[in-house]
Ligand binder design. Structure first.
Ligand code: FMN
Length: 361
């Protein structure tokens, strides 16, 4: 099984984070499937995540999983706010692990972007009559575009509750058998709203200065790290920039990365945007890779690169040039669950096949 040598492409060299070893640098980026009922995973999730582990990924990160019912983006989002969610997700984690990948899960709260319709129903905010719910955020400012609902500004009690919900959810993720936990602090969801001055206009000690805006994420990370075992890696996904002048910038992300590292974060997943509706995002292949590179060197922290990564050589170059430690693919994994095998062929490397597929690999 172990055929690593100096000729092994960088993309297929293992990576150890704490006591967990990824068999290669390829990860399935978290992707909402909008297919849960009351937050509970089902056979769709088994097939979706299981097949990507069979396909050879080193890491499979389960989609944004809500820490509370009102923290779901849509009514179809996964949750882990109760005991009823554990067993179906334990099955997903077991499937992923039994096919050789590390089982990760992203936990989050959608803040002012919660209570939205499924994408294939338009994705706009749901009214109460349509099954929508009250949203909460640092400030009573709507996102805009089709997400027009004005959130309720969180009280101190709300902030304390959400923090506890993250801790309890982390404990359930552990019980379910996940080996890597990712805090979702990107894309304009709750933590990300606290970070950005566009969404956070609080005047208490959770708003205003950089130190205040990062407080909730930092405090929650510290609290989660206490229940997430020493031997298991903790990751966080952030939006490295808002793509709008006057917002969160790369320097903020590097400073935050250093602090998250000090709190026990092992991997920073470097995405961007999602905080404001009128951001001008320049999307080209690998457009977020420079963010992962700058943070990796600026904060001396392992990073994951994500965004418009589709080609084997492109992915291998990112790892070989030290721009990131892990390469996450989202949409390409929807097109091709066996992308690692496809990439291995392109790079002239023999990826060990599942026995059942050996004659065709
Ligand atoms: C269907 C779909 C669902 C997504 N859901 C999530 C999610 O749950 N959490 C998250 O952080 N990003 C989510 N994303 C963003 C992806 O993880 C990824 O960052 C983005 O698609 C860019 O990567 P790509 O160019 O490889 O698709 C989603 C993307 C897609 C296409």
């Amino acid at each position: 099984m172990d055929n690593h040598s100096s000729s092994t492409p960088h993309l297929f060299q293992p990576l150890t984070l704490r006591s967990v070893t990824l068999r290669n640098r390829i990860g399935v980026s978290p992707m909402c499937q909008y297919s849960a009922e009351d937050g509970v995973a089902n056979d769709w999730h088994d097939v979706h995540y299981g097949s990507r582990a069979v396909g050879g990924a080193g890491l499979v990160i389960v989609e944004a999983t809500a820490v509370a019912p009102e923290g779901r983006i849509t009514p179809g989002c996964l949750g882990l706010w109760g005991e009823q969610h554990i067993a179906p997700l334990a099955r997903v984690a077991q499937l992923v692990k039994s096919h050789g990948a590390v089982a990760g899960i992203q936990i989050g709260h959608a803040g002012r972007k919660a209570s939205a319709a499924l994408p294939w129903h338009g994705g706009a905010h749901l009214s109460e009559a349509q099954g929508g719910w009250e949203t909460i955020a640092p400030s009573a400012i709507p996102f805009g575009d089709t997400l027009t609902k004005v959130p309720r500004a969180m009280t101190g009690a709300d902030i304390a509750r959400v923090q506890n919900e993250f801790v309890a959810t982390a404990q359930r993720a552990l019980t379910a058998g996940f080996e890597l936990l990712e805090l979702h602090a990107a894309h304009g969801y709750l933590f990300s709203e606290f970070l950005s001055p566009f969404a956070n206009q609080r005047t208490d000690n959770y708003g205003g200065s950089f130190e205040n805006r990062i407080r909730l994420l930092l405090d929650t990370t510290r609290a989660v790290r206490k229940v997430w075992p020493e031997h298991l890696p903790l990751a966080a996904r952030i939006s490295v920039i808002d793509w709008k002048e006057g917002g969160w910038q790369i320097e903020d992300s590097i400073a935050l990365a250093k602090l998250l590292k000090a709190e026990g974060v092992d991997l920073l997943d470097c995405s961007s945007g999602g905080v404001v509706a009128d951001a001008k995002i320049i999307v080209v292949p690998g457009y977020q890779v420079p963010f992962a590179e700058k943070i990796r060197h600026g904060a001396n922290l392992a990073t994951a690169a994500v965004g418009f990564i589709t080609e084997a050589k492109q992915a291998d170059d990112i790892v070989r040039h030290g721009q990131a430690d892990v390469v996450l693919l989202a949409r390409q994994f929807l097109r091709d669950p066996y992308w690692p095998a496809t990439a291995a062929r392109t790079l002239g490397y023999k990826l060990p096949p599942p026995n059942q597929y050996a004659r065709a690999w």
